[in-house]
Design a protein around this ligand. Structure first.
Ligand SMILES: CC(C)(COP(=O)(O)OP(=O)(O)OC[C@H]1O[C@@H](n2cnc3c(N)ncnc32)[C@H](O)[C@@H]1OP(=O)(O)O)[C@@H](O)C(=O)NCCC(=O)NCCS
Length: 195
């Protein structure tokens, strides 16, 4: 309709599918918006405001162009709109007893707490299990209480809390482990179709 902006969403339930290189711009946008809405007060404004969609898009395009064998990226889409994404990869060597990592999971602010995160996490877990993984590690900034509640609700075990530096910024990170991927996939509602 003329004069009405649309984000491409249809209101239909989100579909989770494997990401392709054409999703890179939307993934970058979702990630940066999620950082800004989640980490304000934890990460300096100057860093958040200076995040570049172009740089992030190039980063994700490179990942999506890499051989998919041991790496997995999934998007949640409503109509044409990407409303969230998650990524995982194998850890070689394993860390903290985990041989794979859930390296990113971000949703648009207006789509949180509707079960999409659970479905994305379950899909990444199932994909990494398909690559031979037995346990999944994930990192969260210690002050990100909602995300910690999410991981704990899915059965994560707190493995470590430690200081770390992100681009020269001092932060504290918490490492969570999912040591039983079958249990995690089940907690996420079973195995989603993998494309
Ligand atoms: C964290 C995130 C991926 C979770 O996805 P989500 O779709 O919002 O979560 P779900 O609806 O699947 O929640 C599953 C369960 O986790 C728990 N949970 C999720 N969000 C929670 C919150 N804000 N507070 C408390 N518990 C929460 C609940 O037990 C929930 O089940 P319920 O709704 O039936 O009670 C999403 O909220 C997000 O993108 N947050 C901002 C970015 C971020 O912090 N990413 C993680 C970086 S480490």
């Amino acid at each position: 309709m003329a004069g009405v902006e649309t984000d491409g969403a249809t209101g239909a339930p989100a579909i989770v599918r494997a990401a392709t290189t054409t999703d890179a711009p939307a993934i970058a946008r979702v990630r940066i918006d999620a950082w800004r809405s989640t980490y304000r007060g934890m990460i300096p404004d100057a860093y958040l405001d200076g995040m570049s969609v172009d740089e992030s898009e190039s980063h994700w395009r490179r990942i999506l162009q890499a051989a998919p064998g041991r790496f997995s990226v999934f998007v949640a889409v409503e109509g044409e709109a990407v409303v969230g994404f998650a990524a995982g990869h194998m850890l070689e060597p394993p860390k903290l007893g985990c041989d794979a990592e859930l390296s990113a999971i971000y949703l648009r602010a207006d789509r949180r707490r509707t079960g999409i995160g659970r479905r994305l996490a379950g899909t990444v877990a199932a994909a990494q299990r398909g690559h031979g993984a037995t346990a999944l590690l994930t990192w969260v900034i210690a002050g990100n209480r909602p995300a910690r509640a999410f991981y704990e609700a899915l059965g994560a075990e707190l493995l470590v809390e430690q200081p770390f530096q992100w681009d020269g910024i001092d932060l504290v990170e918490t490492g969570y482990g999912f040591r039983d991927l079958d249990r995690l996939v089940a907690a996420c509602g079973g195995m989603a179709a993998l494309h």
